[in-house]
Write a protein that binds this ligand. Structure first.
Ligand SMILES: N[C@@H](CCC(=O)N[C@@H](CS)C(=O)NCC(=O)O)C(=O)O
Length: 226
């Protein structure tokens, strides 16, 4: 946990992921690490307790967001998509960005619908800012639902067109790394998924893949925190 921030290191170059079980951005990176077959140590940052704002974590990521990944030498990387791209460049197989340049642009576009256009609007800090402006919990939930549904509506026809088991094609890509955690959050918020059959089929398919199983929030040591 983030109050005792130093992870115990098994080996000098072990990767360390600063995250939390249910938060979607670190969940993306967990999927990427599992797909690449990489071991890592996990340090929990308790977002609900505000650990991201404490000096110990600010020293790791001054942006006060998770995930952060220590490459094993104390060199910290931030931003889930940047971390996933680094994983892709350093461990190209299996590819998170397969296919032609155009395929990769489409996969990135699907990932960015979630990571750039949905998630920043429904993050904890947005909820906290609304709370400080006396927006009621019910209206905050409506706000989150509005943007998550908006993103899923954009993605549904893309998955229908390009997916063949996974969101793009028949192997897991960067798009799935972003989609699966966002759908997990949607379900936690009790957003009905009945209008998204293509996305729901991908979620079911991914649930049988060992990397997605390993990355699932319920299996994380810090499960039950934000
Ligand atoms: N664009 C960033 C977003 C990271 C982010 O917003 N992480 C959330 C958890 S999913 C967080 O740390 N929230 C803390 C807060 O809002 O105070 C990324 O992709 O890594």
């Amino acid at each position: 946990m983030m109050s005792d921030i130093s992870p115990s290191r098994c080996s000098e170059m072990a990767l360390t992921l600063y995250g939390s079980a249910y938060a979607p951005a670190p969940y993306r990176v967990r999927i990427g690490l599992a797909l690449k077959g990489l071991d890592y140590e996990s340090v929990a940052v308790d977002l609900l307790a505000g650990a991201q704002h404490k000096p110990a974590y600010r020293a790791i990521n001054p942006q006060r967001l998770i995930p952060a990944l220590d490459a094993g030498d104390g060199d910290i990387m931030t931003q889930s998509l940047a971390i996933l791209e680094w994983l892709e460049e350093t461990h190209p197989e299996p590819a998170l960005l397969p296919g032609s340049a155009r395929d990769r642009a489409r996969i990135r576009a699907m990932a960015m619908v979630i990571a750039c256009d949905v998630h920043p609007l429904v993050n904890i800090r947005i909820g906290r800012a609304m709370e400080a402006m006396d927006v009621s919990p019910a209206r905050r939930s409506k706000w989150s639902e509005r943007w998550i549904v908006d993103g899923l509506q954009v993605l549904e026809p893309m998955v229908e067109k390009f997916g063949r088991g996974f969101a793009f094609g028949d192997t897991p890509t960067l798009a799935d790394c972003c989609l699966i955690p966002q759908v997990y959050s949607a379900i936690r918020l009790e957003i009905p998924m009945s209008g998204f059959p293509a996305i729901s089929a991908v979620v079911e398919h991914a649930a049988r893949h060992p990397a997605f199983v390993a990355a699932h929030p319920d299996l994380q040591p810090q499960a039950r925190q934000a």
